[in-house]
Design a protein around this ligand. Structure first.
Ligand code: SF4
Length: 376
């Protein structure tokens, strides 16, 4: 084994975080963790991961569940297509591999939702196959260690970085090596690297050239898009309305409280459903002055809440939508996003009569809002 790889493994053995998906060799658990980690930070995914594994402890359990059940237990992770693909993948493995994750790349890649990265990660970590993985953290380590001075965001760079990772792979222990690279990127070779604590400092080309803070070169983050999301708590006989709409910009796959999006210079993909806007114009509702912050990919979102009771005569309108009525207490389960937690906290904390604006139809409220923003 080469010196750098050996040092890396020794460092990993002593220093790695005891994450539940790093102390197992079960391909199913590694599969779930890798999919969750694709869009979610470790700290944010740990609790949902444990709950998900508890609810669906095996490929068979996941495959035998309904899509809605799986989405519900994806609570707080967002990007629900990942949950849907995972379930489809589990059905595929149940039906084609007798509930055992396949051991070859050729078979693994056929599983719905399993791309090259996920296949490499599962096969190397669970089955010790010689595949190197390159996630965002590993990319940073490689770019620095090999002094890669091209933009790492370019597709051509991805091929070169994968080749570097393949060449650097410790083929005697690909499982620990890959995990060590990921851990090094997550805890030491971070955006502000702690080179003093790094096991491969002596052979790192960026460190030798004092360029560790200049690499990797990547696209600057685009400015975040600022929007307001106004959620509506519409109740009828003690139940709360949830709507699902696969045409809207956010939350296409899950039931949510109905919402409107507001913001400057937004393109058509943010457009509100005109039927719903018209409907709101026809009812009185109260909007609360409090709001919460949320973010979805490149969006900064101010979340606020409005409330109204629906009358018998206004019910038939809902036949235009995919909707359901739920108990207020069940909102968190039925609207499985961390945004529902924020809304619920706000509701409980602030829904006092003194906190709401005067009852206003939507058009008047928007006009008022515009006037306020002009005066700022
Ligand atoms: Fe990263 Fe510094 Fe280690 Fe190089 S020496 S791999 S820049 S932490």
């Amino acid at each position: 084994m080469k010196t750098a790889q050996k040092k890396l493994l020794q460092w990993y053995e002593k220093n790695h975080r005891k994450l539940p998906f790093r102390i197992t060799k079960e391909p199913y658990k590694i599969w779930i963790s890798e999919v969750m980690l694709q869009q979610t930070r470790v700290n944010a995914m740990l609790e949902p991961y444990q709950k998900f594994i508890k609810k669906f402890p095996s490929i068979k359990k996941l495959a035998d569940s309904t899509e809605e059940e799986v989405i519900r237990h994806w609570h707080g992770l967002g990007y629900y297509s990942r949950a849907i693909n995972l379930q489809k993948g589990a059905v595929y493995v149940r039906d084609n591999h007798n509930c055992v994750f396949p051991e070859t790349y050729r078979e693994a890649i056929k599983i719905p939702g399993v791309g090259p990265y996920t296949a490499r990660a599962i096969l190397s970590i669970a089955y010790h196959k010689s595949y190197a993985v390159v996630d965002g953290n590993v990319k940073r380590v490689l770019a620095r260690y090999f002094l890669f001075d091209k933009n790492v965001s370019l597709p051509t760079s991805a091929t070169i970085l994968q080749e570097m990772a393949d060449n650097f792979l410790n083929r005697d222990n690909p499982s620990e090596h890959n995990q060590a690279m990921m851990e090094l990127g997550a805890t030491v070779c971070t955006p502000k690297p702690d080179c003093k604590a790094c096991p491969v400092q002596s052979s790192c080309l960026a460190f030798q050239s004092n360029k560790q803070n200049d690499l990797p070169i990547q696209n600057k983050n685009a400015d975040k898009i600022k929007i307001n999301m106004k959620f509506f708590l519409l109740d009828y006989k003690g139940k709360v309305l949830l709507i699902k709409d696969n045409q809207r910009r956010f939350f296409k796959k899950i039931y949510t409280l109905p919402f409107l999006i507001e913001g400057k210079d937004l393109d058509n993909s943010y457009q509100n459903d005109v039927r719903f806007t018209d409907y709101l114009n026809s009812i009185n509702y109260q909007c609360y002055q409090f709001s919460a912050k949320h973010s979805i990919t490149n969006h900064d979102i101010a979340v606020s809440l409005c409330k109204s009771s629906i009358q018998n005569s206004q019910i038939s309108f809902l036949n235009n939508f995919d909707f359901k009525w739920v108990d207020f207490e069940d909102i968190r389960n039925e609207f499985p996003s961390s945004i529902s937690d924020k809304l619920k906290t706000l509701m409980k904390k602030y829904m006092e009569p003194s906190n709401h604006l005067e009852e206003l139809p939507l058009t008047k409220m928007l006009a008022l809002k515009q006037r306020f923003s002009k005066n700022k």
